[in-house]
Write a protein that binds this ligand. Structure first.
Ligand code: ATP
Ligand code: MG
Length: 468
């Protein structure tokens, strides 16, 4: 094969050039961006790198979002300078990452990420001289640490709209992949052959959904076409990476739409297999419960209220619990231990796919345990529960279950009233409960005595959680 050596001006490495496309250049009168809209720190970094003789641009999400009048989350810079060369220019710069180095330049609380231009790993050739292939047998890229030219950097990016380079000095946009056209047409399109790009990195399927939901873009038909077939490839992705991606999917304010798209494109199954099964067997209840949780999450994010991943995972997994509880009960395990064992099993199983850290799995279980305790209100129990640090999450979760159609005999409303009531009203409410012979929390003994009466439902009661 004919190999042509290419070395850009002060480019970090010599390497073989495969593709050489010329970008479409949009000058300041052909686009809406203005230098002043961007972080002055990021602009300053670009200027200093250019003055030192390197190529440097603002790139990725910030250019895309600015063109769409969305406030960018952060500002990324791409440059021909190596991390070491970048660090030499800035006192406040730190190199991070071992496998692939990036530079973080700190300005108070703002961090600008500076990445050296990277190239895609070659498909097949050039690998004979190394024992370690950069791809596995299904084409997934295992190493992604080859510096490249600006053109190569554009080609290895995922979507056309993410491959726009803005030079704040000349105020020009370089567009290597018709990204501006796709932005104008609200289209998400992968650069290159879609199936191959997903095989290289299956997480791009999740990114397609994330951007489509966030930007309200359509997924271009060739970009969407391979997803259903390739969705199972997500099972190969390390569970820690998937945890990060899933948080981005569900905590960026568009979770409800994201969920619909994940289900439609069959991406939900490889992420949450047990919940996907519940969705199949009990579609209305499962779908309502998860959607309601996600709609609430989106609302809280829009209102700048805190959201906890634990609540989100508690909701996503809850519909998968009843089947496991029932199986254990069928084997003779009493309701409460069966519920606890089922919770343990389900979380352990889920963590094989998505590595939910301990700091979240504990509160998931506490939110679920709270569902057992909220019906038991006799004596001092109600007041003790109110003081429990998980009360609020447990109570919100109870309301969520009710909104999905679970029958709880007005438990949510009771707790709403109880919180609003004064001391004497509270005493009265507890008294009324025992006079009505409600489940006041005297545990299994009391239940056995009243076995002739209407059966109380609780989270450990599988029929309750399934909404059946
Ligand atoms: P946002 O930060 O708003 O979620 P973003 O586009 O900045 O969106 P990042 O995950 O921060 O997304 O990635 C920065 C850029 O790196 C992207 O715009 C894209 O060009 C490139 N990129 C990120 N992940 C991949 C990937 N898996 N494959 C190819 N390119 C990627
Ligand atoms: Mg970004």
């Amino acid at each position: 094969m004919l190999k042509k050596l290419f070395q850009s001006f002060r480019s970090p490495l010599r390497r073989t050039q495969h593709k050489r496309s010329t970008p479409e250049v949009l000058n300041s009168s052909q686009h809406s961006l203005q230098r002043a809209q961007f972080s002055r720190y990021a602009v300053n970094i670009v200027e200093r790198l250019q003055n030192a003789g390197y190529q440097a641009y603002l790139v990725g999400g910030c250019v895309r979002d600015m063109l769409l009048n969305i406030t960018p989350k952060d500002f990324d810079v791409a440059t021909s300078a190596t991390p070491e060369q970048v660090r030499a220019e800035f006192r406040n710069a730190r190199i991070i990452g071992r496998r692939f180095k990036l530079v973080h330049i700190h300005f108070g609380r703002e961090i600008i990420e500076v990445a050296t231009f990277r190239a895609n790993h070659p498909q097949n050739d050039e690998e004979e001289d190394t024992n370690q292939s950069s791809r596995n047998e299904s084409g997934r890229i295992l190493r992604d640490n080859v510096y490249g030219t600006l053109e190569e950097d554009a080609q290895r990016r995922d979507f056309t709209i993410n491959a726009l380079y803005y030079d704040p000095v000349s105020e020009r946009i370089l567009d290597y992949a018709n990204g501006v056209h796709d932005i104008r047409n609200n289209l998400l399109r992968l650069i290159g052959d879609p199936a191959q790009r997903y095989q290289e990195d299956p997480v791009r399927m999740l990114r397609a959904v994330r951007f489509a939901a966030k930007l309200n873009f359509g997924i271009e038909k060739h970009t969407a076409a391979p997803i259903r077939d390739l969705a199972p490839m997500l099972r190969e992705i390390p569970s820690a990476r998937l945890f990060e991606e899933v948080l981005k999917l569900f905590l960026s304010g568009y979770a409800a739409d994201t969920f619909e798209m994940l289900v439609d494109l069959q991406l939900f199954d490889p992420l949450f297999p047990a919940s996907a099964e519940a969705l199949e067997h009990n579609p209305t209840y499962t779908h309502t419960l998860i959607s309601e949780a996600l709609i609430n999450t989106d609302l809280r994010i829009k209102q700048n209220k805190p959201v906890t991943p634990a609540f989100l995972f508690a909701a996503l997994l809850w519909p998968a619990l009843p089947k496991r509880v029932m199986r254990l009960q069928d084997r003779g395990m009493p309701a409460i231990p069966a519920m606890q064992e089922a919770a343990h099993e389900l979380i352990a199983e889920q963590c094989q796919r998505i590595a939910i850290p301990k700091r979240f799995t504990m509160p998931i279980r506490e939110i679920w345990d709270m569902q057992e305790r909220l019906p038991r209100r006799s004596g001092k129990r109600a007041d003790l529960l109110l003081d429990n640090p998980r009360f609020r999450a447990g109570y919100d979760f109870l309301l969520l279950r009710e909104s999905a159609g679970e029958q709880t005999d007005g438990l949510g409303e009771w707790w709403t009233d109880y919180q609003d009531a004064n001391d004497s009203q509270r005493r009265e409410m507890i008294k009324e409960l025992s006079s009505k012979g409600e489940a006041t929390g005297d545990g299994p003994k009391k239940r056995r005595r009243s076995s002739g009466s209407k059966r109380k439902r609780s989270a450990g009661d599988a029929s309750s959680a399934s909404g059946e």
